[in-house]
Design a binder for this molecule. Sequence first.
Ligand code: ADP
Length: 599
Amino acid sequence: MSPEWNAHDNLDFLTPEEMRSRLLEAQEFSTRVSTLTELSLKVDAARSREEILRILKDNLRRLIEGECAFIGLLSHNKTHYVISTLSPLMDAIELNHKHFSVDVGMPGWSIRNKAGIMVDIDSAPSFHPTLEGTLKDLGIRSLIIVPVHTHEEMVGALVFGSSKPNAYVDPDVWLARLLSLQMAISLRHTNLLERALKRVAQIGLVNKVARKLTSTLNIDELLASASEAIQKDFRYFDVTIFLMNQEKTELVLAAHSGNFIDFLPHGYRQKVGLGIVGWVAEHGQSVLANDVSLDSRFLAHQYHNTNSELALPIISDDEVVGVLNVEDTKLYAFDETDVLVLETLCDQVGSAVRNARLFEEIKRTNERLVELDRLKTDFVGIVSHDFRTPLSTIMLAAKSLLRKEVSSDRLKEYLTIIVDQAGRLSLLAEDTLSIAKIESGQLNYQFKVVNVEAIIQEAVSMVKISARHSFGSSIDMNCAYVRGDQNKLRQVLQNLISNAVKYSPGGGQLKVTVVQSEEQAAEFTFSVSDEGLGIPPEYLGRLFQKYARVDTGEAGKIKGTGLGLWICREIIQAHGGKIWVESEVGKGSTFRFTLKRGT
Ligand code: ADP
């Protein structure tokens, strides 16, 4: 059937038979035009792209004959077109939703050249094995391809195919062109409408998610509910939230919601700088990868068949604190609106994380204050006990002296007791006073050149060393004088020696040594060592903190305030030195500190 549409035909010379055939052709054409009008009205009334495609699918065969019809719709960035099938045959060969580059296939040719063509499949100017090849295998011979575009914008290309050779004629192309124009306008309208509706819906959802974010101050709960709300409300395929670790070297998986079933394990960590997520954390910028196979940063995980990924930084106080990551198995799953909306949400997540962290900090400080308050109460009890014990010993000794005629040996013994206990009391009084002064910043120092041997002797004379202990000291020849506050240095040594006695209940050797520091000749290292209980390794790091005590084993049974070492550290640091301990449980401890040479 090939109607002759030549305006110069002379109808007068036609036979009645020919006249009838012409009339029939004209009648058929006018029916198809009215089908086109009807179809155009329907398409014009459609509210979504899906609806337009459905209308076409139901009506196309009435307009243009053939076994196959489909449309290749251009992707957002115009680099690919996606096939939407418009005939059952095309559904059957599973080309629906397949992507092709605009550089290949007949739809690509039509899009690039803004041109339509009616052609035999073997002479098609562009032939792609997966597209035209599959059609040829199915027996398709003739093709019509027309571009779908408005004045301003290219939308895609419409394709019709028939198994008959030379199946199409000019009027088919005209109808296809008219239809494609109508489609272009309608697709553009629905696209604008859909985008506007999506924005309105997203603004509503942003508010909803934001409200959820402010409803909790627990970070884990907060992120779990954020990822769930973002994934469900925005219908994303898969959403994860990572938080930066304290050292800012790794991202720790904090929350997940979505469809990847064999998901990354709980506590999964990814290095900053690694993968798209790591890149976002390092640079503080979003990444939109709509075809991850083209992005060299993409890190493929075993179970994920991700094709699109959108990752955004979560920023709080100008620092990246985490990354929000959205993935999809579809190509080109995200657009600029997604970026915009998720960036707004990331701002909200960032400030929610900051609030939650501040709250955690306040909670911790509060817990610490409560603990300090408890320790202070304990301290008052212990101090009053510590004051009372030596006082009653002194009283007893003094009363004995008053009551009886005492031999000179006894007299010496009682006086020694009184002196020892008075020494204990004075250290206690001194320490108690130092605490208040350190806390108010009023511990004043009088620095001068101090004789090392003199302070050691003074300190030892004020500590009661039991008969179970032996005591020795050695001072290097070059270490005769240090620079410091005599009284405070004596207080430090007295604390360390009395601890050495106190924490070696079984007795043993006590030693004080002074040597030149290995690193600096102008610095001396003092050591006070014992062969006592020793200190478990887990306590070593914190013994110099206020109220820190070993509260287990034998040492736990010995009473104390946990303040002596803290005072020692304050005094040594004020002298520009450092203090530390080396110890082994059951073998003993050595406390060391450094001071500057005195000359
Ligand atoms: P106190 O002895 O009053 O508890 P310190 O601040 O002087 O407080 O000491 C803190 C803790 O360090 C002690 O409770 C004890 O557990 C441990 N410690 C200090 N010196 C020694 C030592 N020479 N041997 C073993 N443990 C020690």
